[in-house]
Design a protein around this ligand. Structure first.
Ligand code: NAP
Length: 299
């Protein structure tokens, strides 16, 4: 069997085309959706990610407000900027690019973002929403994976989903989302003993460890759906995922490539959440519990 490719780039493109229409609709109602992006320091990878996010905003007609702070900026500077953006009605989403320099407390910064602008979904309020199955802003990477899984037409309910990676931004929220869809979920991490004994049972295998070549064909069940979240730069500068793509595609039924799989969807979901925020402000949002902010109990 050779796996069918789940084309994240194509899905992202099609969603972004729809977003342009949603933006136009919002604008006819007097709302120009806007996303503020905060970058602290000059981490080259972070600069690329921020650049991609700003470009995606432009592509969809969303205003982007890029705030660059020097690496020496203090926590108080970041918190003051967030407070300003929280109060700014032209800003519907606030994203703080991670990682932050080590002298800044990341949790304190994330908790300072107004929950109705937390389009990355990292504020504890949104994390809690995920736990009880009533998310307002699902975190972008697992949200993108969820939509990619939907394109296969396969019902997740009752399937064995195994996630390799347990980070707060990918593995854990991914597990909660799949649990919400009634999958039987296993989360593996660096201390998991005999990883293969778990992965081999996966109907849906999600690799998010950041280790190139971690998932080899012997670890994959025949016919599994394999989603590769990993982004790893090899010494020869090639970008690869965590999955041995050439080997595993001969066993899987569906597989995401790297690049062109999960990556473009992550950025796209950021735009989705920003539009959702703007629509909630107007009370025209659609989807999970989206009757407008008045109907949402905020802390
Ligand atoms: P992270 O915070 O470093 O977490 C990695 C997770 O993988 C940890 O839970 C770690 O376990 C686990 N792990 C590491 N080595 C392992 C091994 N040999 N076996 C099993 N588990 C192992 O990374 P992250 O931020 O979640 O990102 C993971 C990967 O996804 C990276 O390559 C990153 O670049 C990529 N990523 C891609 C996107 C996208 O849009 N495509 C978005 C975000 C991240 P412990 O918890 O025990 O340490």
């Amino acid at each position: 069997m050779t796996a069918r490719i789940i084309d994240g780039k194509a899905l992202a493109h099609s969603l972004r085309t729809q977003y342009r229409e949603r933006v136009a609709q919002l604008k006819t109602q007097g709302v120009a959706p806007g996303l503020a992006v905060i970058l602290v320091g000059d981490n080259p990878a972070s600069k690329v990610y921020v650049g991609n996010k700003v470009k995606a905003c432009e592509e969809c007609g969303v205003a982007s407000f890029h705030h660059s702070l020097p690496a020496e900026a203090g926590e108080a500077d970041v918190l003051a900027l967030i407070a300003r953006l929280n109060a700014d009605p032209t800003v519907h989403g606030i994203l703080v690019q991670l990682p932050l320099p080590p002298h800044i407390d990341v949790r304190r910064v994330l908790e300072a973002i107004a929950v109705d602008k937390d389009v990355d979904g990292f504020h504890l309020y949104n994390v809690g929403g995920l736990v009880v199955g009533n998310t307002i802003f699902p975190p972008c990477t697992p949200y993108g994976v969820q939509l990619l899984l939907e394109t296969t037409g396969i019902d997740v309910a009752g399937k064995n989903a195994v996630i390799v990676g347990a980070s707060n931004i990918v593995g854990k929220p991914m597990a909660l989302m799949l649990l919400q869809k009634e999958a039987t979920v296993t989360i593996c991490h660096a201390k998991t003993r005999d990883l293969a004994q778990h992965t081999i049972l996966a109907d849906i295998l999600i690799a998010a460890a950041g280790k190139p070549g971690l998932i080899v064909p012997q670890m994959v069940k025949q016919g599994a759906i394999v989603i590769d979240v990993g982004i790893n730069r090899l010494p020869d500068n090639r970008i690869v995922g965590d999955v041995d793509f050439d080997g595993v595609k001969e066993k899987a039924s569906w597989i995401t490539p790297v690049p062109g799989g999960v990556g473009p969807m992550t950025v796209t979901m950021l735009i989705e959440n920003t539009l959702k925020s703007a629509e909630l402000r107007l009370g025209t949002g659609q989807g999970i519990g989206h009757q407008g902010w008045d109907s949402v109990t905020l802390p």
